[in-house]
Design a protein around this ligand. Structure first.
Ligand code: BEZ
Length: 254
């Protein structure tokens, strides 16, 4: 399978709600870094289903959400958010925002230079770019296991690792190159308890291209991943913990 016809990640707001609510529930730290103020114009880049966007709006900010998934845009709109369908790697805003915020979305946008350039253009001078996403070493056990299983199920190993997880040094350099002064940029290890849907729910939510390529072997893949990862990520009560490492940053448009 070539890159041109490789399956792409797809999102369902309902599946996300069942398997990944922890994503917005665990955003307290980065929300505090953003510290939205009344009257500010803020872009929530990769707003997902809009649950966190609503919190920003509740602080009195004027928020626009942007996401590349129509199902997420509909879910966010139903929450009263001004949500737009768009590609974070091709932003076309110009000097409009006091802040651009992003939680758990930037690792999906592999052309990080295009994202940073577009965010810089979207911000007013002095505006801030505050975000959190997967950092270097994120979900390493998961990625290693799914890469090891790929040949057995006829899946391209690259589909086990479709994300951008930079080091803080690398991301700082990239932001500086795009016209930012970086105030903070750090890795935050955050082992993350998964809901009852466990590892299978995680893979079904976040690795749709991998499962699409596995085709009829889908349930065998999920079983094999559980068998391989249970000794590392499942405790004696059957609870799964994903090996998340976040990269958290705050940068200013100069
Ligand atoms: C993350 O939030 O770090 C993440 C989510 C899904 C897949 C990979 C990473």
């Amino acid at each position: 399978m070539t890159m041109e016809n490789a399956p792409v990640q797809t999102w369902s707001a309902a599946t996300y709600d069942a398997n990944a609510r922890f994503v917005s529930d665990l955003a307290e730290g980065i929300f505090e870094w953003l510290a939205p103020r009344p009257g500010e114009r803020i872009l929530d880049l990769g707003c997902g289903d809009g649950v966190l966007t609503q919190r920003i709006a509740a602080a009195g900010s004027e928020v626009t959400g942007l996401d590349s998934s129509i199902d997420f845009v509909r879910a966010a709109t139903s929450r009263g958010i001004d949500a737009r369908l768009g590609d974070g790697m091709a932003l076309d805003f110009d000097g409009e925002f006091d802040a651009v915020f992003s939680n758990a979305a930037l690792h999906w946008m592999r052309d990080a230079e295009a994202v940073a350039t577009g965010v810089r253009r979207a911000l007013k001078r002095g505006g801030r770019f505050v975000g959190e996403f997967g950092g270097h070493g994120n979900v390493a056990a998961l990625r290693t296991a799914l890469a090891a299983l790929a040949p057995r199920f006829g899946v391209s190993p690259s589909l086990a690792d479709p994300w951008y997880f930079p080091t803080p040094e690398g991301y700082r350099t990239l932001l500086e190159g795009a016209g930012f002064e970086v105030a903070r940029c750090v890795l935050v290890p955050r082992p993350t308890l998964l809901p009852e849907t466990g590892l299978k729910g995680w893979i079904e939510t976040f690795m749709t291209p991998y499962l699409a390529e596995a085709g009829s072997a889908r349930s065998s893949v999920l079983e094999a991943a559980e068998t391989l990862l249970a000794p590392i990520l499942r405790d004696d009560k059957g609870v799964w913990t994903a090996d998340y490492i976040r990269l958290r940053f705050e940068a200013y448009a100069i």
